[in-house]
Write a protein that binds this ligand. Structure first.
Ligand code: SF4
Ligand code: FES
Length: 250
């Protein structure tokens, strides 16, 4: 029998398999590392940086960091949490994340990770962008102001749906999602309500029309348990278990 190889995550031994990233092994072990652009069903994107951890004084993304024996990883020091909080604050001010008015409130990973990191204010000056909504599709509505450019819809559409409906265009502050259709409108694309790409958005950027606020406050995904326990639904399905509870948020 081969010897189990492990690394340390906040002092706990985590077993890993060849090819695992730190995120893969942590999720399988039921340990939560905050993340937004990561979904275990897809190749890592490494863009949101919310999964930042410290290894030998360097800050690295856990979703792209290959697991190696005897690594000693810091996933929860004040410095790491503060760094994540700053990244989240930047995401909040760059878009218009008006949580009380958003249909995804209570089930939004951006909101839930912000609670987890104890983000109490946006800190930075709001950009208040004025990006149009695309409501041209009969079943789906797209809110550009809520998109955090995680690339999950792009990956899902290409890798699972085989359609390439979404892609990220532009650079830096001008980056945005564009739709693959003759008119550039979502309604003229091949997107269907049953597509995987419609269900992977971690925020309220891609929503079903004719359905909103369907769960009352108190019954929404993250109302009673924090994201460190619930995880994201995709991660739970992929690892076959919920995350272990995190004392800091119980
Ligand atoms: Fe990510 Fe959603 Fe934006 Fe697509 S629409 S890039 S899934 S935040
Ligand atoms: Fe690792 Fe986004 S979850 S960079």
């Amino acid at each position: 029998m081969s010897k189990s190889v492990t690394f340390k995550l906040d002092g706990k031994s985590i077993s890993f398999q060849p090819g695992d990233t730190v995120m893969d092994a942590a999720l399988r072990a039921g340990e939560y590392i905050p993340h937004l652009c990561h979904n275990p069903e897809f190749k890592p994107h490494g863009s949101c940086r919310v999964c930042i951890v410290a290894l030998n004084g360097r800050h690295l993304s856990a979703c792209t960091l290959p697991a190696a024996e005897d690594m000693d990883i810091d996933n929860s020091s004040d410095a790491i949490v503060e760094q994540r909080r700053k990244l989240l604050q930047m995401l909040f001010v760059e878009g218009n994340h008006i949580c009380p008015a958003c249909e995804k409130s209570g089930a939004c990973q951006l909101q839930a990770v912000a609670y987890y990191t104890r983000m109490l204010s946006p800190h930075f000056t709001h950009f208040f962008p004025r990006r149009a909504i695309d409501a041209s599709h009969p079943d789906i509505i797209f809110y550009f102001n809520r998109c955090i450019l995680c690339g999950l819809c792009e990956r899902a559409s290409r890798e699972v749906d085989g359609k390439d409906v979404f892609s990220i265009s532009g650079r830096g502050i001008n980056s945005r999602i564009v739709f693959n259709s003759a008119t550039g409108k979502l309604g003229d694309s091949q997107l269907a309500i049953t597509d995987k790409a419609v269900s992977v958005c971690p925020v309220g950027a891609i929503l079903h029309k004719h359905q909103g606020y369907d769960k009352p406050i108190g019954e929404r995904l993250y109302d009673t348990r924090p994201i460190s326990v619930v995880g994201d639904v995709a991660a739970n399905l992929a690892t076959g278990q919920p995350h272990k509870s995190d004392e800091r948020n119980e």
